[in-house]
Design a protein around this ligand. Structure first.
Ligand code: CAA
Length: 259
């Protein structure tokens, strides 16, 4: 499979997917999301694929979020559509895949990047990784399932702290609160993910798929995702969103007015 923004190959029944926009810290633009949707569908329907390892190109970032430059002039309606499209095509598609997905977090996993890792069934972080949901610094909230999946993984208190402070946490702290399964040196990241998938490969594929489906079914609060999409869209109508995004692009600190 040849993609513009992804590298992908199947080796020994594992599909390796690397988001390959290193200069933009692998930020998720529309084209990358479309390609991800395609490769996720391929994994689901291809018997040869028994598990997927998803990572980012380079040593600095897994994914630094949704592509801020792409949505800087969006209306509320466009913001909602962006979120809904992402949920349906990529984030829910990963979570509902019959194949186990492991996020190999090789650096920054921020905003949509952490949301992507949280949609995966397991997360392994390299010891240099930093994780966070900085959307409120842009006048936004997480729009790709982060409010729901972070709460599921770490509980309400930690989730609200991380989302409202927008602070990044280290890989070690992420492991302590259950946000990642393991922390390893960066050079061991892929081999740790392979180790887990090599065990799963020996198990019954239909039972593995049924187990994933059952665990995920226990967690999904559909209403929560609907609220998140609506609120995400509303943020795009605020002055603070325009200020937050301008400040990011102009590389300065944002001044928010609460409107
Ligand atoms: N979107 C678009 N471009 C991005 C990006 C993003 N999310 N993150 C980084 N980049 C770009 C930068 O603009 C920069 O490009 P230029 O060289 O053309 O200026 C390049 O990647 C390198 O980034 P920095 O120079 O900023 O690198 P740094 O080492 O100084 O900082 C960082 C690294 C702390 C990760 C910083 O890049 C950053 O804060 N990025 C944004 C993180 C963020 O806010 N993510 C949330 C996005 S919104 C979202 O995801 C919404 C949602 O839930 C759906």
């Amino acid at each position: 499979m040849a993609y513009q923004n992804l590298l992908s190959e199947v080796k020994e029944n594992i599909l390796y997917v690397t988001i390959n926009r290193e200069k933009a810290l692998n930020a998720l633009n529309k084209d990358t999301l479309a390609e991800l949707a395609d490769v996720i569908a391929f994994a689901a329907k291809t018997d040869e694929v028994r598990g997927v390892i998803l990572t980012g190109a380079g040593e600095k970032a897994f994914v630094a979020g949704a592509d801020i430059k792409e949505f800087s002039d969006y209306s509320g309606q466009q913001g909602q559509e962006l979120a809904k499209h992402g949920h349906d095509l990529v984030f829910n598609a990963i979570e509902n895949s019959p194949k186990p997905f492991i996020a190999a977090i090789n650096g920054f996993a921020l905003g949509g990047g952490l949301e992507l890792a949280m949609a995966c069934h397991m997360r392994i972080a390299s010891d240099n990784a930093k994780l966070g949901l900085p959307e409120v610094t842009l006048g936004l909230i997480p729009g790709y399932g982060g409010t729901q999946r972070l709460t599921q993984l770490v509980g309400k208190g930690k989730a609200i702290e991380m989302i409202t402070t927008a602070s990044m946490i280290t890989a070690v702290d992420a492991e302590k609160i259950g946000l990642v399964n393991y922390v390893v040196p960066q050079m061991d990241l892929i081999s740790k993910a392979q180790e887990i998938l090599n065990v799963i490969k020996q198990r019954a594929p239909l039972a593995v798929a049924a187990a994933i489906k059952s665990v995920v079914a226990s967690l999904n609060e559909t209403d929560g995702y609907v609220v998140e999409i609506e609120e995400f869209g509303k943020c795009f109508e605020t002055e603070d969103f325009k200020e937050g995004v301008s400040a990011f692009v102009e590389k300065r600190r944002a001044t928010f007015i609460g409107k």
